[in-house]
Write a protein of this length. Structure first.
Length: 87
């Protein structure tokens, strides 16, 4: 399964909700699921199921100029992809 985590910065700190089985969803279904997970993250109501079984994580290293990160890759995760501002 393609279970993609998306790092979310909340008042409680960084959390990574997971969109499960992305390969079976349309772009609109993924967007709807991200909206649901973001809302739960900001409310502090993510369940263990919402944050488990990630196989790939997307993270933002800084829209204001971050240049590097030190990812932690935990099984069954295979990689962390980082995006940031072009300099």
């Amino acid at each position: 399964s393609h279970n993609v985590g998306v790092a979310v910065d909340t008042e409680r700190g960084l959390t990574v909700p997971v969109v499960k089985r992305c390969q079976d969803k349309s772009v609109l279904e993924i967007a709807e699921e991200l909206g649901r997970l973001y809302a739960l993250a900001f409310e502090g109501n993510l369940s263990e199921a919402d944050i488990s079984d990630c196989t790939f994580t997307l993270s933002n290293i800084g829209a204001i100029g971050g240049t590097y990160m030190s990812p932690v890759v935990l099984p069954p995760q295979v990689a962390v992809g980082a995006m940031g501002k072009i300099q």
